[in-house]
Design a protein around this ligand. Structure first.
Ligand SMILES: *[C@@H]1O[C@H](CO)[C@@H](O)[C@H](O)[C@H]1NC(C)=O
Ligand SMILES: *[C@@H]1O[C@H](CO)[C@@H](O)[C@H](O)[C@H]1NC(C)=O
Ligand SMILES: *[C@@H]1O[C@H](CO)[C@@H](O)[C@H](O)[C@H]1NC(C)=O
Ligand SMILES: *[C@@H]1O[C@H](CO)[C@@H](O)[C@H](O)[C@H]1NC(C)=O
Length: 492
């Protein structure tokens, strides 16, 4: 039809007159020709409309064009919250979850063909401390199991480039057959690779706050999630891993990223799947924005959308919370998240709770900003932001362990959604540092099954109500409760 409408009338008459149409009377012939031409034009216009308009009409992002159809996920996915509870901590609560240690061991023993790990740094043995710490056993066992696994199947590790730290663990894994790539985030974005996740057999995933550090299993409080038998989600997390893997041998960040890194799943069009038999909308966010291929929601946008979507409450448990660029000079204020929290508290009377951690290395400037948030509390005006500090107690022998005894959680739970991340909450982690998060939105019949959101809420309430949490108000002496080192104190 295309060609036909391009041919002028006269020429067409020539072509046509030589064959079937030749027996027609001239007048009748031309009327017929006119109808044919009109029809052709209409069909041509329809064809053009279809190719130009239909894809943009069915997909706001225009992604479906080259990402093919957003496949329905039929995997029988199961999600399990997993935790590390530091030695000696005991809660009066039934909210308990499998340990991260046991989860990692099981993932290693189940692995059949591949294991990909995105990591910040590795120190799974306590050679690093010079102490003889029996609780390093679990980390040491994980390292041994990973070394054995590396002899059997493909083990790939993406790790942040470390400046000086000796890499004994990674050398052992390389010698056992693992592939290791260091990602020079300092050079690429002036940040670090801070992400912590595993992808096993392109089918199971683990994501959470724990570093590849023996302390993350026994001396630091951590929270993560494992999702089993879920190749749809694993393949999407695999794309984030492949981006790190690529950057491990690149001096620049592709812009734009090639289409194999793009995703169809994000805050606007989450992956629809069944988690423990409950319909769920799930997506993975990533930071910084320069590492987000087409379609990927940035970690900051996912946090803001979860906060803005809350109707009743926003509970946040993070180690560090600062409305600043923590590591930049000159000093820079960065209040995207802070503003969102104050806004939902004021505009929609959402209850906001922040459970923040402190230890000897906490940045003292964090506390005035947290006190400022905690001031947004007034029963008459229905302003309801509260802040508590979670302190992991330390025995004299535990005191000898450097960089331990802290709540390292990085999650948020609202009346709607569970957000499990890997980043501290200050500007740097969203602007130049690589992190990622799992966002789960379950719309189940809440009376029949427990959702991840409800489980995470129970974890938050367990910690918030425990004797390890202390109100932060104007006369809280953070120097003492956080055991802040004298060298840091002058900043207070
Ligand atoms: C959760 O899902 C509901 C229903 O699909 C949707 O309206 C809401 O925006 C989602 N929330 C978030 C934070 O993605
Ligand atoms: C989070 O912040 C603390 C304190 O600045 C830092 O020690 C830690 O490395 C950061 N990242 C991790 C591992 O969560
Ligand atoms: C999903 O099922 C597993 C057991 O297979 C259970 O441990 C976990 O708590 C369940 N998760 C939810 C959100 O119910
Ligand atoms: C558990 O309950 C006991 C008795 O009420 C209390 O003394 C203790 O502080 C509680 N522990 C925590 C972690 O809240």
């Amino acid at each position: 039809m295309n060609r036909m409408s391009d041919i002028p009338y006269e020429k067409m008459a020539d072509v046509e007159s030589s064959n079937v149409e030749s027996h027609l009377k001239p007048q009748k012939y031309y009327r017929c020709l006119l109808i044919v031409t009109c029809l052709s034009t209409v069909l041509l216009v329809l064809f053009v409309l279809q190719t130009l308009l239909v894809p943009t009409a069915t997909s706001s992002s225009g992604l479906k064009v080259h990402l093919s159809i957003r496949d329905t996920c039929t995997d029988p996915c199961r999600i399990v919250l997993v935790e590390s509870i530091p030695e000696g901590l005991e809660f009066n609560s039934s909210a308990t979850h499998p340990s991260i240690y046991q989860t990692w061991l099981n993932l290693i023993s189940d692995a059949q063909s591949s294991l990909d790990i995105a990591s910040f740094y590795w120190t799974l043995t306590n050679k690093d401390t010079g102490t003889h710490e029996p609780t390093a056993d679990q980390g040491e066992r994980i390292l041994q199991e990973l070394a054995q696994l590396s002899q059997r199947i493909s083990v790939r590790i993406a790790v942040n480039k470390q400046d000086s730290q000796t890499q004994n663990d990674l050398q052992l894994l390389i010698d056992s057959g693992a592939d290791v790539r260091t990602v020079n985030m300092r050079q690429l974005t002036s940040g670090v690779l801070h992400t912590k996740f595993w992808v096993v057999d392109k089918k199971h995933i683990y994501i959470g706050s724990a570093n590849m550090d023996w302390r993350s299993l026994t001396q630091v409080k951590e929270l993560g999630a494992a999702v089993y038998d879920c190749s749809c989600l694993a393949s999407d997390l695999g794309k984030i891993f492949e981006a790190y893997w690529f950057l491990g041998q690149s001096k620049t960040i592709p812009a734009p990223w090639p289409s194999q890194y793009a995703t169809a799943y994000n805050k606007d069009t989450p992956m629809q799947l069944s988690l423990n038999g409950t319909d769920s909308g799930v997506y993975l966010s990533s930071s910084p924005p320069s590492l987000c291929a087409e379609g990927r929601t940035s970690d900051l946008q996912s946090i803001l959308s979860v906060i803005n979507d809350a109707q009743k409450f926003v509970y946040i448990a993070v180690m560090n919370y600062l409305p600043t660029m923590e590591f930049s000079t000159p000093k820079k204020y960065w209040a995207d998240i802070d503003t969102a929290l104050r806004r939902v508290a004021f505009e929609r009377r959402v209850r906001v709770r922040l459970l923040i951690s402190c230890w000897s290395s906490s940045s003292p400037v964090m506390f005035p900003f947290l006190r400022s948030l905690a001031s947004v509390h007034d029963t008459k005006s229905k302003l309801d932001i509260e802040v508590k500090i979670f302190i992991v107690p330390v025995s004299p022998s535990q005191k000898e362990i450097p960089f331990a005894r802290v709540n390292h959680n990085k999650y948020m739970v609202t009346d709607k959604v569970a957000y499990i991340g890997t980043s501290n909450w200050s500007g740097d982690y969203f602007v130049n540092t690589a992190g990622s998060a799992l966002v789960v939105n379950q719309t189940s019949d809440q009376f029949v099954v427990l959702t991840v959101q409800q489980q995470l809420q129970a974890v938050f309430e367990r910690d918030w109500d425990s004797s390890y949490s202390t109100w932060l108000n104007h006369d809280t002496n953070v120097k003492d409760i956080c055991r802040i080192l004298p060298s840091q104190q002058e900043e207070l």
